[in-house]
Design a protein around this ligand. Structure first.
Ligand code: ADP
Length: 491
């Protein structure tokens, strides 16, 4: 019996999961990782701590699973994307805190690029919109603010990496400096078409090439773990950013297949095949993971989804638990005309409006707690509908089915309303650990633990399928009300 271990380095914790050949999970460990917020809108983490948490979780998960280290055929890595780390190649020490994807410190620099008219060029080369979210501007910030960093970067003394690169560097004892193509596609430095670093983007953002890792496919051996990590060399064979790993873990291998992850925010990805997609509707075009060759996806990101439920619970005290929201929402037939737009940090795709703010509309004396809770859950589904509409406009084909995962996908009311408002089935898999599974599948495919995507598809089982039950007229009426509410949140 062979085993595959997935490392899942998220924003709030580092996890490790041990899978067997039937993709069953034999052991899990999770260690929290703290963020710090030194200024308004800034988010940082200690890269050393990320590594310590991840390596400890790796050892503990293996211990818990009881498997023999000799049976581990490969490691896979999936990670929070866009977070930027710069370290000294000689000492392996980070030269400053990691700048986390959520950090807005580069917003002014991005505004300047937009004002200078670079938006269309950046979209054409990288598939991305210019936003502080992505790694490239964060790297430029580090080079401009850490003493001597720019000179040292040009001299080849420093290394940049996203969290996957950093973990690979640490796991291999500094022998491998690589980045997987899905993480690279979020730096704003990758030419999405060719899959190589783009010289024009490097010069636009002022990033010296010697800083950059080698771009590697998601599936394939990039290095061997140093014996100091687990006592023997183990191939690191699958790497993907968290959302691309979830797309793979949901067995969305063919064009048109889509998943939505309902966590703090929402990330809807649609596989678009081996041709690079172009969005005319402000979706991101991004690299997807493939066992061989190249694959692409359209992606829409919503900043506040499950976080709005947390807000009802923690800030308003309307809920005891997030799970309670489902029964409360189902206890009323509708929202009594109430709409809630949780634009707490502006709106992401497809609006990209950082000035929008949250609002509640349609209040009357009839509105009760249940209506507000229901309107908040519905807002998650409406936001996903806006993404699906934009993707449909880009791809010309309507969504046929949406695979759901993430913490809030446990909410049956939400998934039923999602199916109703999309007019297409929403399916929740039995294994909701799709992100870790995606990394494990990529690694296992690379070292022949599994034969191909057909075998992986066999592991994917539905837990529950939510069929649309709402008639089209009602759906359109409700959605028209949402559009009005969005308009007001933006005004
Ligand atoms: P992340 O990976 O982004 O930290 P998770 O996938 O763990 O998030 O999901 C946690 C989020 O899901 C929280 O914002 C929480 O409010 C929300 N959530 C969890 N369970 C439910 C539920 N049953 N109904 C609605 N929202 C939920």
């Amino acid at each position: 019996m062979q085993h595959v271990v997935a490392l899942d380095e998220g924003t709030t914790s580092a996890r490790a999961l041990v899978f067997d050949e039937q993709a069953r999970i034999l052991g899990v460990d999770q260690i929290p990782v703290q963020s710090s917020y030194p200024h308004d809108g800034w988010v940082e983490q200690d890269a050393e701590r990320i590594w310590q948490a991840q390596s400890a979780a790796l050892r503990r998960a293996i211990e818990r699973s009881g498997v023999d280290i000799a049976s581990i055929a490969a490691l896979g890595i999936t990670n929070q994307r866009e977070t930027a780390i710069v370290w000294d190649r000689k000492t392996g020490e980070p030269i400053c805190p990691a700048i986390v994807w959520q950090c807005r410190r580069t917003a002014d620099a991005c505004r300047a690029l937009l004002d200078a008219g670079h938006g269309p060029f950046v979209a054409e080369r990288t598939g991305l919109v210019i936003d502080a979210y992505f790694s490239g501007p964060k790297i430029a910030w580090i080079l401009d603010h850490v003493p001597d960093a720019r000179r040292r970067a040009e001299a080849g003394e420093l290394a940049f990496g996203t969290v996957d690169s950093w973990l690979i560097w640490k796991l291999t004892g500094g022998r491998t400096h690589s980045i997987d193509v899905t993480n690279a596609s979020r730096t704003m430095l990758l030419n999405l078409e060719t899959g190589a670093w783009d010289d024009d983007m490097l010069s636009l953002l002022g990033i010296p090439r010697p800083l950059l890792p080698t771009v590697a496919p998601s599936c394939g051996v990039v290095g061997l773990t140093d014996p100091s990590v687990l006592g023997r060399e183990i191939p690191i064979a699958g790497v993907a950013g968290d959302q691309q790993a979830a797309l793979f873990g949901q067995a969305c291998f063919r064009p048109g297949m889509s998943k939505n992850t309902y966590g703090t925010g929402c990330f809807l990805l649609e596989h678009t095949g081996s041709q690079r997609p172009v969005s005319s509707h402000k979706m991101l075009a991004t690299a997807a993971s493939a066992p061989t060759g190249r694959a692409f996806a359209l992606e829409g990101a919503i900043f506040i989804a499950g976080a709005a439920i947390q807000w009802l619970r923690d800030s308003l005290g309307l809920l005891e638990s997030a799970a309670e929201s489902a029964a409360l929402a189902a206890s009323v037939p509708d929202t009594a005309g109430v709409y809630m737009v949780p634009a707490f940090v502006g709106l992401g795709a497809p609006h990209w409006d950082s000035n929008a703010r949250g609002i509640i509309t349609g209040l009357t004396q009839a509105a009760r707690r249940e209506h507000l809770v229901r309107a908040t859950l519905e807002s998650i589904a409406y936001q996903a509908r806006d993404l699906a509409d934009a993707m449909e406009a880009d791809s010309g084909a309507p969504l046929r089915e949406l695979r759901a995962d993430g913490g809030a996908a446990a909410n049956d009311f939400l998934l039923q309303f999602q199916a109703d408002i999309l007019g297409c089935p929403v399916v929740r898999p039995a294994n909701v650990e799709t992100t870790a599974a995606g990394a494990a599948f990529l690694a296992g495919l690379a070292v022949d633990v599994w034969s191909g995507t057909d075998e992986i598809e066999g592991f994917w089982k539905a837990d529950r399928r939510f069929e649309p039950q709402m008639d089209a007229a009602r759906r359109d009426e409700l959605h028209a009300g949402w559009k009005k509410a969005i308009h007001r949140a933006r005004a």
